[in-house]
Design a protein around this ligand. Structure first.
Ligand SMILES: [Zn+2]
Ligand SMILES: [Zn+2]
Length: 227
């Protein structure tokens, strides 16, 4: 019988393990990306794991895991995932987040989250797209890690314009009071899941909300981090 090998989604070479969706060469290349600050996820040049900005002004979260900055090939895969509705890419992207986190955990130690929370879309945007990309990532991660996830833990009650279209001083205002939390999350170790973290204002607003709800710790997990 003719056996058709699956191809790597990045280099199109045949795969040994088709369920991984990318080959080990591409995976290793992505995961060996030059050092990023473990707090904010932005590139930095010093020998330490934390950049000077985060030393002087620590973010509200304990750590940020991103696979790479927003650049090829992952920005192209994210585009296909979100805008061409190729939701099957979610498993590949979620697996890359998990591998990046495991690498960080091995190097620096990380609390294993007992709950993942996806950054919600406003219901109008979710309805237009047909799915929330962060939900698909969170679903896979929660199943693999054996931790809790409910799509409606956070509700986005404001239809906010895209952060990238706003000036820097408007971005925090844009997401102010945009979310509320439906369930008790007190004492939980949380990983907030999003596809791309840009200004950080959205996750900052969610962190403040979750801290007010009494969570034990917060990590941010995303595919790409950019400014
Ligand atoms: Zn490949
Ligand atoms: Zn930093």
């Amino acid at each position: 019988m003719l056996k058709i090998n699956s191809l790597c989604w990045i280099c199109y070479e045949p795969l040994y393990i088709s369920s991984h969706h990318i080959c080990s060469l591409c995976s290793n290349k992505l995961l060996s990306h030059p050092i990023m600050c473990f707090k904010c996820g932005l590139p930095h040049t010093s020998e330490t794991s934390i950049c000077s900005t985060c030393v002087h002004t620590p973010p509200l979260w304990q750590s940020l895991t991103a696979v790479t900055p927003y650049q090829p090939p992952l920005n192209q895969l994210i585009y296909r995932f979100k805008y061409r509705k190729q939701s099957q890419i979610s498993q590949l992207l979620a697996r890359l987040i998990l591998l990046s986190w495991l690498k960080q955990r091995h190097l620096l130690g990380r609390v294993r989250p007992n709950q993942v929370i996806s950054v919600p879309l406003h219901h109008n945007r979710k309805w237009r797209r047909g799915f929330n990309q962060a939900d698909l990532l969170a679903l896979w991660l929660s199943q693999v890690l054996g931790c809790q996830w409910q799509a409606d833990t956070l509700i986005r009650n404001k239809a906010t314009p895209f952060q990238a279209r706003l000036s820097i001083d408007k971005r925090q205002e844009n997401v102010k009071d945009a979310f509320y939390c439906q369930y008790n999350v007190a004492g939980q170790h949380i990983a907030i899941i999003d596809d791309v973290v840009t200004t950080g204002n959205t996750v900052k607003e969610i962190c403040q909300l979750l801290i007010n709800e009494g969570v034990a710790s917060i990590q941010i997990w995303c595919i790409c981090r950019t400014q």
